[in-house]
Design a protein around this ligand. Structure first.
Ligand code: IPM
Ligand code: MG
Length: 369
């Protein structure tokens, strides 16, 4: 039997409850596809600050490095906001991304058709939209030096090296080939030298992918175009900070931040997490939407374990449950059935379990054969 080691970082707020749902789905996938997933939990974020005084310990980093992949819930909350800047839970997340070399952050925003009315954007605007934000994740202004704060000034540095832009460009162009063959390089080259450099390097790498269509867009215009007509985009390739902002906008294509999964990939490691935060205001009340976390498991199965059928099974289950009108609070509208996190969990598990055993058996044989 195939077996994979997974480090599980539930984190803070709603992180642990959405992680529970995701792990139950993973368990079911393991049974159906005859794979053993060995999950080991570690403290990370605010809960690690409470126990060890820091958001990310060396032990957690080492466990992540030794695993085949990593699942992360969410970190942060008001309890830790007063921590000095370098000890906030969010800094732990940045350190984790950096230590594992997770330079490519993939944030796919695709509308599930039953949710066409859940978005604040008009159904006609988002119908058939399918955008993949490829965000550079381990450089840019998030990590640039010098940085600091004193009484009269706060400062950060934005820079990119050739190697950094080249590697994320390869990721975006390769991904576009498997999708609709279009890359939009988003930057601010009319103002920033680092963006002029970004634009030039992306163009030079594009020569190796002349079958892929490349266009350029300033980031302010991209923000507007995303709400005006998201269908014009396929892959958006952009730097760390712009990707952070634009991916929250693309979340509204899916109706809610609670629907958006993500993959963070490096040359050795991979981590999967929902794009949403720890939502402390609803944590512990059985109200959170677990679907972004569940879809993050689907991404892990596809990208890290080459199990596209298992991942398709999960997406199909999500779609069926939405089709039946079940919604957690964040995506509920009138005429839909408002359900709790745990009812959503049972519905997803039921739909996954339903998938015909003959199909699963065929899929399994195709993997093993
Ligand atoms: C994200 C989050 C993080 C980021 C925070 C929590 C550090 O907003 O993953 O989008 O800014 O990268
Ligand atoms: Mg963000």
């Amino acid at each position: 039997m195939k077996s994979y080691d997974i480090t599980v970082l539930p984190g803070d707020g709603i992180g642990p409850e959405v992680m529970d749902v995701a792990l139950s789905v993973l368990d079911l996938v393991g049974h159906k596809f005859n794979i053993k997933f060995n999950c080991k939990e570690e403290l990370f974020g605010g809960c690690s600050i409470d126990k060890y005084g820091i958001p990310l310990t060396e032990e957690t980093i080492n466990n992540c490095k030794n695993a085949d992949s990593i699942l992360l819930g969410a970190v942060g909350g008001p309890k830790w906001e007063e921590q000095p800047h370098n000890k906030k839970p969010e800094q732990g997340l940045l350190k984790l991304r950096k230590s594992l070399g997770l330079y490519a952050n993939l944030r796919p925003a695709k509308i599930y058709s039953p949710l066409l009315n859940a978005s604040s954007l008009k159904p006609d605007v988002i119908r058939k939209a399918d955008v993949m934000v490829v965000r550079e994740l381990t450089s840019g202004i998030y990590f640039g030096e010098p940085r600091g704060i004193d009484k009269n000034k706060g400062w950060n540095t934005l820079s990119y090296t050739r190697e950094e832009v080249e590697q994320i460009s390869h990721t975006a162009f390769k991904l576009a080939r498997k999708r609709n063959n279009r890359v939009t390089s988003v930057h601010k080259s009319n103002v920033l030298e680092s963006s002029q450099f970004w634009k030039d390097v992306v163009e030079s790498i594009h020569k190796e992918y002349s079958d892929v269509y490349l266009n350029e867009m300033y980031v302010d215009n991209a923000a507007m175009q995303l709400v005006k007509d998201p269908k014009q985009f396929d892959v958006i390739l952009t730097q760390n900070l712009f990707g952070d902002i634009l991916s929250d906008i693309t979340a509204m294509i899916t109706g809610s931040l609670g629907m958006l999964p993500s993959a963070s990939l490096g040359s050795k490691h991979s981590l999967y997490e929902p794009v949403h935060g720890s939502a402390p205001e609803i944590a512990g009340n059985n109200k959170s939407n677990p679907l972004a976390m569940v879809a993050s498991v689907a991404m892990m199965l596809e990208y890290s374990f080459n199990l596209p059928q298992a991942s398709a099974m999960i997406y199909a289950a999500i779609n069926e449950v939405l089709e039946l009108g079940y919604r957690t609070l964040d995506i509920s509208t009138k005429d839909t059935n408002l359900v709790s996190t745990s009812v959503m969990q049972n519905l997803i598990l039921e739909k996954c379990a339903d998938k015909s055993d003959t199909i699963i058996e065929m899929v399994r044989m195709s993997y093993e054969g």
